[in-house]
Design a protein around this ligand. Structure first.
Ligand code: G16
Length: 543
């Protein structure tokens, strides 16, 4: 077969964000666009000659065509083998696991995560390294640098590759192995969790609903929850992945997981509800009439993980992204283990996990995970919760109440202003940055600012420095507001405002978070001049 070397030139805007390159699907589908970026990845990582790569995605529109292109390019670039999920399907954590168990050199994951899919929606591609985790900052920089000087890409002149037939085939000397996407992942979950105890829970009539949101976790959840653990058939809803996620927004939060939330807050709700996102790395946990915030979920899981076999020896440490609430910090303190505060983005956890400094990691953006893979893992979080519920015999509400009584409660909320004009959003951040030096000691909405700065991170493992990772304003009395622009959006800018207030009085831990945070919200809006600058009177999404 002929290898074509196609002359090309740099395409503007191929700068990877928080999690690879995310663009509108139509942008990715432009002739040569995907090819340009894939070649920049291959060149940026020093070539793929002789390498084994894992390839798969969340099944969104263009997934299979894009995989065909990637396979023909991998073959043309001399890769030895590609391990591909059947039908082109691999959840992000399953891909991370496959890279690790098959000792591959890396992987290409096709997903725009929780963003909608379809010809008019979003697409994405990211590179994960040999540890199974998202490319580090240094590798991301090399890939980006390559996009600025690329002059040709290599692709095999070949027809479509069959992604459906399990087994091994040859593509011009490159081995293609099509594997079942679920098998290895499910085996890992069986090692980490007490499937016997969870099965017994279901046998005793425990009812659960898992909303796969028409996305990638459907097949995984069916196999693990219904087939292996014996949850009633119908436990998994919206379980068949579709290219446009049933025209939905596969983001597991109370706003988008409406079907699940309606059931959990309705009459006779199931005992436990959960949802995952487009590519299966995010999770939402909800008890009957009881939503668990991701920051609280991390703290609870860190506190009780030792109840699951995979974590019976305790945790080496906990890591959380800076905007995530400080709830996990007090668990770490009580256990006498390390706590690490990193910038937003799972890639920052990789070094801590590899170095054995942290065992559990989590982010406010509905991501929790551990050192079992190098990505956040939606179903893993669900199974750890189930394991804890099975062993303690408590309800979700009881677990949360116990936790708050013991550790206090970090009231928490995130306010998102979406599709804001980029210039306006950048000006807002610039103006806020300029104000920082003079903010301490001033008051806003009756709150006194105790400290204001911009978060920067020095990686304790490789010493790399990451600046400008979010603006923080601390208030006297334990409150905090954080401002940052999203790195995963595809339209204009998304301003995220993270609001937090610590409450340690056991009598005051059961308020509505929006009420408990009312003063911080007002102060944050005032200091950042959000309404005045964006002309938005309220956020688009509150979680
Ligand atoms: C990605 C990263 C997450 C990060 C999130 C932040 O999530 O994997 O670690 O928390 O981006 O998103 P933003 O920059 O929009 O706040 P995902 O699930 O989109 O891959």
């Amino acid at each position: 077969m002929t290898v074509n070397t196609v002359p090309t030139q740099p395409i503007e805007g191929q700068k990877p964000g928080t999690s690879g390159l995310r663009k509108k699907t139509a942008v990715f589908m432009q002739p040569g666009y995907l090819e340009n970026y894939v070649q920049s990845i291959f060149d940026g990582i020093g070539g793929v000659d002789g390498q084994t790569l894992v390839v798969g995605g969340d099944g969104r529109y263009f997934n299979d065509t894009a995989i065909g292109i990637i396979l023909r390019m991998a073959a043309a670039n001399g890769a030895a083998a590609c391990i591909v999920g059947q039908g082109g399907i691999l959840s992000t954590p399953a891909a991370s696991n496959l890279i690790r168990v098959r000792k591959a050199d890396g992987g290409l994951i096709l997903s725009a995560s929780h963003n909608p899919g379809g010809p008019d929606a979003d697409f994405g591609l990211k590179y994960n390294g040999p540890n199974g985790g998202p490319a580090t900052e240094a590798v991301t920089e090399k890939i980006f640098a390559r996009t600025l000087e690329i002059d040709a890409y290599r692709i095999l002149a070949a027809g479509a590759v069959d992604l459906d037939a399990l087994g091994v085939s040859d593509l011009n000397g490159m081995k293609i192995e099509i594997v079942d996407p679920v098998t290895d992942y499910a085996a890992l979950m069986e090692k980490l969790f007490d499937f016997g105890a969870i099965s017994k829970l279901f046998q005793n009539g425990f009812r659960m609903r898992f909303d796969a949101m028409h996305a990638v976790t459907g097949p995984y959840a069916r196999d693990i929850l219904e087939n292996r653990l014996g949850a009633a058939s119908g436990t998994v809803i919206n379980g068949i992945p579709s290219p446009d996620f049933g025209k939905g927004h596969p983001d597991p939060n109370p706003v988008w997981a409406t079907e699940l939330m309606t059931e959990m807050y309705g009459t006779n709700p199931p005992d436990f509800g959960a949802a995952s996102d487009g590519d299966g790395d995010r999770n939402m946990i909800v008890g009957p009439k009881s939503y668990v915030s991701p920051s609280d979920s991390l703290a609870v899981l860190a506190d009780l993980a030792h109840l699951a076999p995979g974590y019976a020896d305790g945790l080496a440490g906990i890591a959380r992204s800076m905007p995530t609430s400080g709830a996990a910090d007090r668990v770490a303190e009580a256990k006498g283990i390390g706590i690490f505060e990193t910038p937003t983005g799972w890639k920052f956890f990789g070094n801590l996990l590899d170095a054995g400094k942290a065992t559990l990691c989590g982010e406010e953006s509905a991501g929790t995970g551990s050192d079992h893979v190098r990505e956040k893992d939606g179903l893993w979080a669900v199974l750890l919760w189930l394991n804890i519920l099975a062993v303690t015999g408590k309800t979700v509400t009881e677990i949360l109440t116990d936790h708050w009584q013991r550790y206090g409660r970090n009231y928490y909320s995130r306010h998102d202003y979406e599709a804001v004009d980029s210039a306006i959003a950048n000006d807002l951040v610039e103006a806020l940055r300029a104000k920082l030096p003079g903010l301490a000691g001033t008051t806003a909405a009756g709150l006194t600012v105790s400290k204001a700065d911009e978060f920067a991170y020095d990686d304790p493992v490789d010493g790399s420095h990451s600046a400008n990772q979010g603006i923080r304003i601390f208030f006297e009395g334990g409150g905090r507001a954080v401002f940052r622009l999203s790195g995963t959006g595809t339209e204009g800018a998304t301003l995220r405002v993270y609001l937090e207030q610590l409450e340690t009085s056991p009598d005051a831990v059961h308020q509505d978070p929006q009420l408990a945070l009312a003063q911080i919200i007002k102060a944050a809006n005032g200091i950042a001049e959000i309404s005045a600058r964006t002309k938005r009177m309220s956020p688009d999404v509150i979680t």
